[in-house]
Design a protein around this ligand. Structure first.
Ligand code: GAP
Length: 524
């Protein structure tokens, strides 16, 4: 089923849902259920097509594939690495080409006390339960978030919660919070058969929740012994916090100012899933903005707006983005909101904006014994600044852009697969295509390609019919095709074909570089 078909099907089912108020309750439940199933199935099929295209065309390969792969780890192929660099470059320019934000590249391994101070040793864990029957392991938050609304309401009723005050998501979050607060509650829900194994359906088979720390541990030095443990960082943010005074002094910044960083992060996720969405190794693009207490709420709003707009500037339409405030806040946060993208499997977070207060810096002061307070010239006081964090996933954002761009477009006689990527994000900017391999066309095409190559990623293709060559480029998102034909020999003009509209214009060959450079630039 292509995307257009799946949208039509969705539309048809939404119509049915709208009409289903006139149906009896059991028919209505059936219509809602079948709609959900249809969405999931078509979404899953789309995702499978994207995964397959990614491998076939060299965007993404499974890590260590010849050994059967390593779960939760992926490799970026020739086109993937170009595209990922473009995503990161677009972010870097937007975040650091300004007077109030400096860049940083901190090491992945840090002093172990950093992670005690940050709270990760104690808190960065997921409560897990095991099924004694089928041996599957589940995160408790996933058990609730993937449960049907009816089951959630049944648990809510058991706990005396009025489900009319909650959406499905907020009820799932609320139940998780109750289970977090009360160790005895989950076993009671299992005993009452209100929670059963979602894999094998066995009743009373789930264990009590146990905390599982998500940080990868390794050892510094030749001896693997207690005291030598270090962690692979689970977020890049802490490298910024511990360097705040270094950066501030070196770059003569004053509050408010920010530090931005792109880098790898590692989490020993229990359930890796949905391609690049939840992996064990991934890249983050984080920025911490240091502000005076009292101005934090205003900067939080500003950064939420700016980041929401940035995703649109790189090609994601507003309709496929959601802003979802957190109901349950992390241990460090005063306010938090997720920017979510509509993946084929549903909405999922691509970036979090957090008001982290002065939690992190105060803790690092406490654990390091070094002051991280900043002198306020107005009040003549020294105070630990507040932090507004913007934390985006480069890998997850990459996947969002891939899913957003993917389309199977119905033409008169065929279906063309096209990746409608923003030209700045597209891995290849222009394909250079001599119409035939004779009459001097290849020589002109090669010369043009050599000239363009110094300023942008190009691809030279002289094999097969030109229509097929265009299709190969559409599939990898190349925004422009430049064709050298018999007219070029006469008047030194070429055809430029635009990927999305497929419209063609003619241009003097000497103007091609300027024309392309104007159109492939990063958004401001
Ligand atoms: N410093 C705050 C922080 O790390 P987070 O919400 O845990 O916050 C921020 O992560 C972003 O990192 C997410 O919005 C997501 O894009 C990305 N991310 C987190 N875990 C990930 C994973 N296992 N795989 C891929 N991306 C992940």
């Amino acid at each position: 089923m292509d995307v257009v078909q799946s949208l039509r099907l969705r539309g048809a089912f939404y119509y049915l849902i709208a009409r289903s108020q006139f149906l009896n309750p059991s028919c209505r439940i059936f219509v809602v259920w079948i709609t959900k199933m249809a969405q999931l199935t078509s979404g899953q099929q789309t995702l499978e097509k994207i995964v397959s295209l990614s491998k076939r065309r060299g965007f993404i390969f499974q890590s260590s594939e010849i050994y059967g792969g390593l779960n939760g780890c992926w490799d970026y192929g020739p086109l993937g690495v170009e595209m990922l660099r473009n995503v990161k470059e677009a972010w870097w320019r937007a975040m650091t080409y300004r007077s109030d934000i400096e860049g940083l590249d901190a090491s992945i391994l840090m002093h172990p006390k950093v992670w005690e101070a940050s709270g990760h040793v104690q808190n960065f864990s997921d409560p897990m339960v095991d099924c004694k029957s089928c041996k599957s392991r589940f995160r408790v938050d996933h058990l609730f978030s993937e449960m049907s609304e009816k089951k959630l309401q049944a648990i809510g009723k058991h706990l005396g919660i009025d489900h009319r005050e909650h959406t499905k998501d907020s009820l799932a979050e609320y139940l998780l919070m109750r289970v977090d607060q009360d160790d005895t509650l989950f076993p009671v829900l299992v005993e009452q058969e209100l929670v059963i194994c979602p894999n094998c359906g066995t009743k009373k088979s789930l264990t009590a929740p146990r905390n599982f720390n998500l940080m990868f541990e390794t050892y510094i030095g030749p001896v693997k012994e207690a005291g030598n443990e270090v962690y692979l960082r689970p977020e890049t943010a802490q490298g910024i916090f511990v360097n705040v005074l270094n950066v501030m002094q070196a770059s003569r910044q004053k509050l408010p100012f920010g530090i931005a960083q792109i880098g790898k992060a590692f989490r020993n996720e229990i359930n890796t899933k949905n391609f690049l969405f939840r992996t064990r190794e991934f890249e983050q693009m984080e920025m911490q903005y240091f502000v005076k207490e009292g101005t934090d709420e205003q900067f939080y709003e500003e950064w939420r707006e700016r980041r929401y707009n940035w995703w649109q500037s790189v090609g994601i339409p507003k309709e496929r983005l959601h802003l979802k405030p957190h109901e349950k806040l992390a241990h460090y946060a005063k306010a938090a909101i997720d920017i979510e993208f509509e993946f084929p499997f549903g909405f999922g977070e691509i970036e979090g904006i957090h008001n982290r207060t002065n939690f992190d810096l105060s803790r690092h002061e406490e654990y390091s014994g070094k002051s991280l307070s900043i002198h306020d010239e107005e009040t003549k006081e020294k105070k630990v600044p507040f932090v507004i964090e913007t934390s985006a996933g480069a890998s997850r954002g990459f996947m969002a852009l891939l899913c957003n761009g993917y389309e199977e477009e119905k033409l008169e006689n065929e279906v063309r697969t096209v990746l409608r990527l923003h030209p700045a994000i597209a891995p290849v900017k222009a394909a250079i295509l001599p119409l035939v391999n004779k009459d001097g066309m290849p020589e002109i095409a090669e010369k043009l390609e050599r000239d363009l190559r110094t300023s942008m990623k190009t691809f030279y293709d002289d094999s097969g019919a030109v229509g097929r060559r265009y299709r190969r480029q559409d599939e990898i998102g190349t925004p422009f095709g430049v064709t050298i034909d018999s007219d070029t020999l006469q008047d030194q003009t070429v055809t430029i074909r635009e990927r999305d509209s497929m419209q063609q214009i003619r241009l003097p060959i000497d103007n091609v570089k300027g024309y392309l450079l104007e159109r492939i630039g990063f958004p401001n």
